[in-house]
Structures are given as structure tokens and as C-alpha cells.
Design a protein around this ligand. Structure first.
Ligand SMILES: Nc1ncnc2c1ncn2[C@@H]1O[C@H](COP(=O)(O)OP(=O)(O)OP(=O)(O)O)[C@@H](O)[C@H]1O
Ligand SMILES: [Mg+2]
Length: 147
């Protein structure tokens, strides 16, 4: 059965924890193992932090939208901002690439998302915003006895 949810919230760093815990709670219906749950929460944190810092340059008047869809064994997450956008997506995905070295960013956010998820698609338009879509298939522990 498909099940989906949508969250819209102010782009402030206080809401990063809210976002990761909310997505984790929704994903709990899929009975993820501890590693999977940690990975899902981490990628949400990374994408939300990117939206706040890079997309909106920490303007609290702006909003982030998260949509999550779960199926029997897979989760799809999209995280959207209407902020600055990304000029060169291929470059942005490279490990250690950051446009904010002065803030001690390490340029590893997208690399972490790629390592933890099966699919990461970035769509972005300079001046209009960015959407990060991610998908992950989870281990099917519950059905192991009967399927
Ligand atoms: N939502 C976004 N809006 C605009 N630019 C973005 C967005 N997300 C990422 N970027 C751009 O892509 C670059 C790489 O992002 P990534 O998350 O990999 O590294 P970082 O955020 O710079 O550092 P870290 O995530 O390790 O703290 C960023 O430096 C920024 O230029
Ligand atoms: Mg980042």
C-alpha cells in the first residue's frame, strides 16, 4: 500500500531536528533496521541543512517542503526549496566541493546522500530553487519467514 506525507516548515536550523525525526517516525512504518533509520535521518539532515544554508542563506522567512512516499519496501523522499539554486550540479555533487569553505562546510553532503541512498536526483534552477529526490529500498525483514 502506498502511503505519503508532506511537511512544510520555516527554513531555520531549529527545524533540522524536527525534519529528521518526522521523516524517521513516518519511515518507522516500514520497520527499518537501525542502520537504515540512521541513514534516512542523516540524508534528511544534509538536504535540509543545504536548503537553509545554501538555498536560502539562512533567511528565516523562507520555507522548505518535504514529501515522503513509502511503499511496501521502499521510501522516496523529496526535499525542495525555492532559493538560490545550483549553477553546476555535477560540480556540486563532487566530494569535497563546497561554495562555503568559510563556514567550515566540508563539501560532503551530496556524497553522503549518494552513499546512503540508492538514487539521488538533483533538479535545480539558478534563482528558482532546488529539489533533491532520493529513493531507498529497505531490507525486508518482516517477510523473511513467509515469502
Ligand atoms: N539547496 C541548495 N541550494 C543551493 N545550493 C546548494 C544546495 N544544496 C547544495 N548546494 C551547493 O552544492 C554544494 C555541495 O553541497 P554539499 O552538501 O555536498 O556540501 P556543503 O553543504 O558545501 O558541505 P557539507 O554538506 O559537508 O557541510 C554546496 O556548497 C552548495 O554550493
Ligand atoms: Mg551540505
Amino acid at each position: 500500500m502506498k502511503n505519503e506525507m508532506k511537511l512544510e516548515f520555516s527554513a531555520v536550523s531549529e527545524n533540522e531536528a524536527f525534519a529528521r525525526v518526522s521523516v524517521g517516525a513516518f519511515a518507522a512504518q516500514l520497520d527499518p533496521n537501525m542502520d537504515e533509520l540512521t541513514e534516512l535521518k542523516t540524508v534528511v539532515s544534509e538536504a535540509v541543512t543545504n536548503a537553509i544554508i545554501h538555498g536560502y542563506h539562512e533567511n528565516p522567512a523562507s520555507t522548505i517542503i518535504i514529501m515522503v512516499q513509502i511503499d511496501s519496501d521502499a521510501i522516496e523522499i523529496s526535499i525542495k526549496d525555492n532559493g538560490a539554486g545550483i549553477d553546476n550540479i555535477d560540480k556540486a555533487r563532487e566530494p569535497l566541493f563546497t561554495t562555503k569553505p568559510e563556514l567550515e562546510r566540508s563539501g560532503m553532503g551530496f556524497t553522503i546522500m549518494e552513499n546512503f541512498m540508492d538514487e539521488v536526483e538533483i533538479t535545480s534552477e539558478p534563482g528558482r530553487g532546488t529539489t533533491v529526490y532520493m529513493k531507498k529500498k529497505l531490507a525486508r525483514r518482516r517477510q523473511s519467514l513467509f515469502n
